[in-house]
Ligand binder design. Structure first.
Ligand code: GDP
Ligand code: MG
Length: 814
């Protein structure tokens, strides 16, 4: 509860003072310290300010100030056992910190540049499985986790990466607003040991902000390997912020980090002090004038220190201007700022923002010169060598294609071995059930519905895991950032940025997180285009369809057809993007730097964790959505049941004549009649009726009603296409793998359900048509408009039809 929430007459006991240093200092001086009772006396006529009584005297605080003081009821206070020895320690107070914090809950925010290992640290500390990747912008939005450690509860928030605290990109704005509104107790500033100079820039801004902070010198393993030597404890003393080396990928140093966070929280760390990053006198005087002007207003520095505000205001930060604009003196401040900025410009010959940045970098370089002993940079050397190949004009694209081909080859070829084992397992279960269960609907449900449906899809688990292993390796090693880099030019041609390519490649895994990851793209229109073309990236749910049909009809050219399909998806995406840019969205270009992180060898542990998470997700989908869908499809195709007497005479004769023509079964046998009955039953079932209704639409593509039903069912999830085929194409031998059932001629018509051409047309259609429900939901959510969801459904399906039609007609010529 916050002090401002007390109603007149209510009493609370102070547990924590939030806000930045100077504000805390002031209220502490007024007697607001931990463990002290405060009573709300009365509200001013306009509800603000509020009069409180504390230590027998009365003070008035604004609501906004009261909102920064945490209180509990006296009963709650007494219920807890408190360390009385620590109750009155005003001498521990420094300008940096205030308040008496023994309530044992520490709110920690992880802040740092993109790709410095914040999420890795977060995962290790909180036991979560958030997405980690070796490129900028993996984390979007804040993720919260918690941990109990040495009697403290850590509430940890993983924030998106940011290079500075200005308001130019959504991430920066997000982090800045988070710091203002959530006032974490301790900031853990994660910095990469191998690139300190740039990382410490953000640190210098956090220092201006004057908050309790610990620096996590992450990737310490790389620093050690590089042979460089950093005297981090001296550096920490220089910055006034304790520095703890860690290796987040293995967890080394994390305990010391947590211990240091506790020390800082308890205000007993000896290195903590507030420093000013001193700048040139011209700038300092301008900052000083603005700061003094702000200080005249009592309420201003609750969340950010006046110095921070003054520096940011001088830089012309739009978010800070927004924050300051409600104040009465804003026009006056602005006038002063403009004058000071003009002074700086005149005297230094550059604008205030770049002058300030220059000063900060100077400060950092200075600090590093004293503490860092650099060695020949081994790591960077190998990165340079690899980069000279993979980002090379000549080799870049062929290498990328090779990597892609390798990915599909592994997915298809390597995956086929474990797939066969699972297939054998499924058919073993199926034949076991077939021989031991009494005939009846229950047996049919189990054999045709559940085993036919779920069993048909579950065999593809290895393929999907292999694909994910590749994507995860590309992300983790840093290759993905290079791919974005070499694609940049191409992407520019269609009005996008190389950055858009990462969500596209991620779409090979699953379109839903890929669509969410487009938040890394600053430009709104580029982001919308990237979202809309994402479903053309063939996601892993479509793999079962390809593996099934490619395995059945094109076993010799598996990886090539795979690659072809994926390329087709990419081409369609590119064309669509180009079209959208040309006819829908106006051009807008946001300049930005694409960072190329050094290569890192992904740890087996992280990869395994990722695989395991994906496998669990897939199995859960099998046991949930796919199982339910299979049962529904089965039920719809099973009822109403028919007996041979129900079959009209002319249908029976026609079927028998056809069978005779193909010569598959003795036409006078009971088997023949049973088969004809089954065929009739399926066709006249509820599902059959629905299928026949849709058939005219897909007839020109050469599809029959069963295929049209499976496509319809695929709207729920693409795997359902396969499970539906599994339920519908029941062969004469139930234990036969689905692939075999699809290509063996039907005993009734003599025609196999699929031909190579049909399989091809079908794969093209499935690649492009209706994204699954989850993707549509993600599109609507991320774009904030159902309009884009509707576009996706209509455009994609129409385009799928058109392309499939073309493929079918061309194919018929041969
Ligand atoms: P974030 O963008 O700051 O959240 O960074 P991530 O947690 O996504 O990590 C970025 C990359 O650095 C990933 O490839 C991690 O596997 C890798 N990484 C993280 N911490 C360490 C570390 O301490 N040592 C090494 N060698 N790699 C790390
Ligand atoms: Mg992250």
């Amino acid at each position: 509860m916050r002090l401002s929430e007390l109603t007149p007459g209510q009493t609370g006991v102070i547990t924590k003072i939030l806000g930045h240093g100077a504000f805390r200092k002031r209220v502490i001086e007024m007697g607001f310290v931990k463990g002290r009772e405060v009573t709300s006396v009365l509200n001013a006529p306009l509800q603000d300010p509020v009069k409180y009584s504390i230590m027998d005297y009365e003070v008035s605080l604004r609501r906004s100030e009261g909102a920064l003081i945490e209180v509990v009821s006296p009963e709650e206070w007494n219920a807890e056992t408190h360390d009385k020895g620590h109750a009155d320690t005003e001498e521990h107070d420094t300008e940096n910190q205030g308040g008496f914090r023994k309530d044992r809950v520490i709110n920690v925010a992880l802040i740092g540049n993109p790709n410095c290992g914040k999420t890795s640290l977060f995962n290790i500390v909180s036991g979560a499985h958030e997405h980690v990747g070796n490129y900028a912008g993996v984390t979007v939005g804040a993720k919260a986790g918690a941990l109990r450690y040495k009697g403290y509860k850590f509430n940890i928030v993983d924030l998106p990466g940011t290079y500075s605290l200005s308001a130019y990109s959504p991430e920066e704005l997000y982090v800045m607003r988070y710091l203002r509104e959530e006032t974490p107790d301790v900031i853990v500033n994660v910095v990469v040991a191998s690139n300190l100079e740039r990382n410490l820039y953000l640190t210098s801004e956090l220092i201006d902000m004057n908050r309790s902070m610990v620096i996590d010198l992450n990737m310490y393993d790389e620093l050690k390997r590089s042979g460089n030597n950093l005297d981090y404890s001296t550096l920490g003393k220089m910055l006034g912020v304790p520095i703890v080396p860690t290796t987040a990928s293995t967890g080394e140093g994390v305990e010391q980090l947590l211990d240091t966070v506790i020390d800082v929280y308890e205000m007993r760390h000896k290195d903590v002090r507030h420093i000013h990053v001193k700048m040139r006198p011209e700038i300092e005087s301008a900052v000083g004038i603005l700061k003094d002007a702000f200080k005249k207003d009592e309420t201003i520095g609750h969340h950010f220190s006046p110095r921070y505000l003054a520096i940011k205001f001088l830089e012309g930060d739009p978010e800070i201007e927004r924050t300051l604009s409600p104040y009465d003196s804003f026009p006056e401040w602005k006038r002063m700022r403009d004058e000071e900025a003009a002074n700086v410009k005149r005297e230094l010959g550059e604008d205030a923002a770049s002058a300030i940045a220059g000063e900060k970098y100077g400060f950092i370089r200075g600090a590093l010169a004293e503490t860092m002993a650099e060695n020949e940079k081994q790591e960077e050397k190998s990165t340079k060598i690899i980069d000279s190949f993979v980002t090379n004009k000549l080799f870049g694209f062929p290498i990328f294609l090779l990597v892609m081909w390798l990915m599909f080859w592994a997915t298809f070829q390597l995956g086929s071995y474990p797939m066969e084992w699972i297939e054998a397992g499924v058919s073993w279960i199926s034949s076991l059930a077939g021989t031991h269960m009494p005939d009846g609907p229950l047996k049919d449900l189990l054999l045709d519905g559940i085993i036919g449906g779920v069993g048909g899809v579950i065999v593809f688990l290895p393929n999907i895991l292999i694909l994910y292993a590749f994507i995860s390796f590309m992300e983790d090693s840093g290759y993905m950032a290079r791919v974005a880099f070499i694609m940049d030019k191409l992407m520019h041609r269609m009005g996008l940025h190389g950055k858009s390519f990462i969500p596209l490649v991620m779409g090979f895994g699953c379109n839903v997180p890929a669509i969410m990851s487009t938040r890394i793209i600053e430009s709104k229109s580029s982001r919308l285009i990237t979202i809309l073309i994402n479903p053309f990236m063939s996601c892993s749910a479509r793999i079962p369809i390809y593996v099934l049909l490619v395995g059945a009809f094109f076993p010799a050219h598996g990886s090539l057809i795979f690659l072809g399909l994926y390329l087709l998806g990419i081409i369609v995406a590119v064309a669509t993007a180009w079209m959208l840019r040309r006819f829908w969205f106006k051009k807008d270009e946001t300049p930005f730097v694409m960072e190329l992180p050094p290569y890192r060898i992904p740890t087996a542990k992280a990869t395994m964790r990722n695989m395991w998470a994906k496998a669990k997700q897939y199995l859960r989908k099998m046991g949930g959505l796919i199982l339910v869908a299979s049962i529904i499809i089965w039920a719809l195709s099973y009822f109403p049941q028919r007996t041979p007497e129900d079959v009209p005479a002319e249908y029976l004769t026609e079927a028998l004549t056809e069978m005779q023509a193909v010569d598959s079964i003795k036409t006078d046998s009971n088997d023949a009649i049973a088969l004809a009955t089954k065929e009739y039953q399926q066709e006249k079932s509820i599902l059959g009726e629905i299928g026949h209704l849709c058939e005219p639409v897909v007839r020109p593509l050469g599809f029959d009603w069963k295929i049209s039903v499976s496509l319809l069912a695929g709207a729920a999830a693409k795997e359902v296409v396969v499970s539906t085929l599994g339920v519908l194409y029941v062969g004469d031998d139930d234990a036969d793998a689905l692939a075999k059932r699809l290509k063996s001629p039907s005993p009734v018509s003599g025609q196999p359900p699929f031909t190579p051409l049909k399989a091809m047309v079908f794969m093209v259609f499935v690649l492009i048509y209706f994204p699954c429900i989850a993707s549509i939901a993600a599109i609507v959510k991320e774009t904030g408009s159902w309009k884009y969801g509707a576009f996706s459904i209509i455009y994609n399906t129409a385009l799928a039809w058109l392309l499939s039609f073309i493929v079918y007609r061309i194919g018929l010529l041969f």
